[in-house]
Design a protein around this ligand. Structure first.
Ligand SMILES: Nc1nc2c(c(=O)[nH]1)N[C@H]1C(S)=C(S)[C@@H](COP(=O)(O)O)O[C@H]1N2
Ligand SMILES: [Mo]
Length: 390
């Protein structure tokens, strides 16, 4: 006889699903899923609203992260169908003329394309020690794409910003489950909103944005963490004072120092919004704990980002950072893009820990010691990769 219990047991026993080991100090296994629209195999962190992480080996094979493997992060439910012909972008607030722009209106402005890394402020949060609550990302909450669209400043010029503008706030079609929760809205200081780099994008790697990455329009803020890169963008509000909303004043705050670094257990002190990214290098060809055959040189490949500056160099070490060897850099797609690297280390049989560190054009180098803060933002230290050569 089939009891309820046997049903549950058999459901658990079948079928085996692929899992990924993200290397957290506990509960490191995650399922791989291909169940989401326009997405291939992704690491499932949460199904609704979705958090989907890119497996690190995806970064090992291309400078640009394919759209169907690009990570996904939503705070709130969002529409699953959007008619681009009906979509409007409202520009309101401290402007001379309120606008309601169609995609065709936007397409009449000068077009720009920028290669830029989109990285969640909490990328790598699951790897912190002591552990930190929140989305348990490995290092795959990032990706590099060619973003195509128009400059935000050209759209603001159409509306005519009035004197005394302080900030520009952005919102999208997603909405919280309850009316009392604040919509996910983020702002840029007015001077940064006018920067040449900040874009309203409809294209990603030559294709329309995937729905889960913000179809039909998203903000792109090169060099800044992706919390500002509002998806399904439908409103822009020019403010005459700083944004006092929840998502700017209560969330996405970091200790007020460049590395967002405090000793665990100590008070965070003054906190400021997360903004620019830090240089990072991530090894993509070798996963932690790998057993590799002995050879005269072990190749080490990876991707680096410079933060809001270009990548100047990537160096490798197998002696805890006492000595460093330069890696070769791959093609330069501009200062906001991934820069792939390839180096080689002479590793005799035995256990080793491989380190890769990036330095950006401003001369900022990744620290070997990992930074820490209670929100798990701005992870910036070197990621050690233990290997065994035999
Ligand atoms: N409308 C909207 N835009 C959003 C978010 C959101 O919840 N809603 N999350 C932000 C955060 S925190 C991240 S990390 C990025 C993720 O971008 P992606 O899903 O295209 O990778 O979207 C940003 N833009
Ligand atoms: Mo994020």
């Amino acid at each position: 006889m089939l009891t309820r219990r046997t049903l549950i047991v058999s459901a658990l026993a079948t079928p085996a699903m692929a899992q990924v080991d993200l290397g957290f100090s506990d509960n490191p296994m995650r399922l791989l899923t291909s169940a989401f629209p326009q997405k291939g195999a992704m690491i499932l962190q949460r199904s609704s609203p979705p958090l989907l992480e890119t497996p690190i080996d995806v970064f090992d094979t291309a400078d640009f992260t394919p759209n169907d493997r690009f990570f996904v992060r939503w705070h709130h439910p969002f529409p699953l169908e959007i008619d681009p012909a009906q979509h409007r972008l409202a520009v309101t607030g401290h402007v001379r003329k309120t606008l309601s722009l169609s995609l065709a209106d936007l397409a009449r402005l000068p077009r720009v394309a920028i290669a830029a890394v989109n990285q969640c402020a909490g990328n790598g949060r699951g790897l912190f020690n002591p552990r930190i609550p929140g989305a348990q990302w490995g290092n795959g909450a990032m990706g590099n794409a060619l973003w195509e669209g128009v400059r935000l400043k050209d759209v603001l010029a159409l509306a005519g910003v009035q004197a005394g503008a302080a900030a520009v706030r952005f919102g999208g079609l997603d909405a919280p489950l309850t009316d009392s929760a604040p919509a996910f809205e983020k702002s840029l200081p007015f001077d940064h909103a006018l920067s040449d780099d900040v874009m309203i994008a409809w294209g990603m790697n030559g294709q329309p944005l995937p729905l889960l990455n913000g179809f039909p329009l998203r903000l792109v803020v090169p060099g800044w963490y992706s919390t500002y890169w509002i998806k399904m963008l439908d409103r822009i509000t020019v403010l005459d004072k700083p944004d006092d909303g929840y998502w700017m004043t209560k969330a996405y705050l970091q200790p007020d120092n460049a590395l967002a670094d405090i000793a665990p257990g100590t008070p965070p002190g003054r906190r400021v919004p997360v903004t620019t990214m830090r240089p990072r290098a991530i090894i993509t060809s070798i996963s932690g704990g790998a057993k590799l055959p002995a050879r005269s040189f072990t190749p080490v490949r990876g991707v680096a980002l410079g933060g809001d500056q270009g990548v100047k160099s990537v160096e490798l070490s197998a002696d805890g950072g006492a000595t460093w060897l330069s890696a070769q850099l791959g093609p330069d797609h501009g200062r906001f893009a991934f820069r792939r690297f390839l180096g080689a280390l002479a590793l005799p049989p035995g256990r080793h820990v491989i380190l890769a560190r990036a330095t950006n054009a401003a001369g900022e180098t990744q620290p070997v010691r990992q930074n820490w803060n209670p929100s798990g933002y701005n992870r910036a230290g070197v990621e050690p990769v233990p290997v065994e050569i035999s």
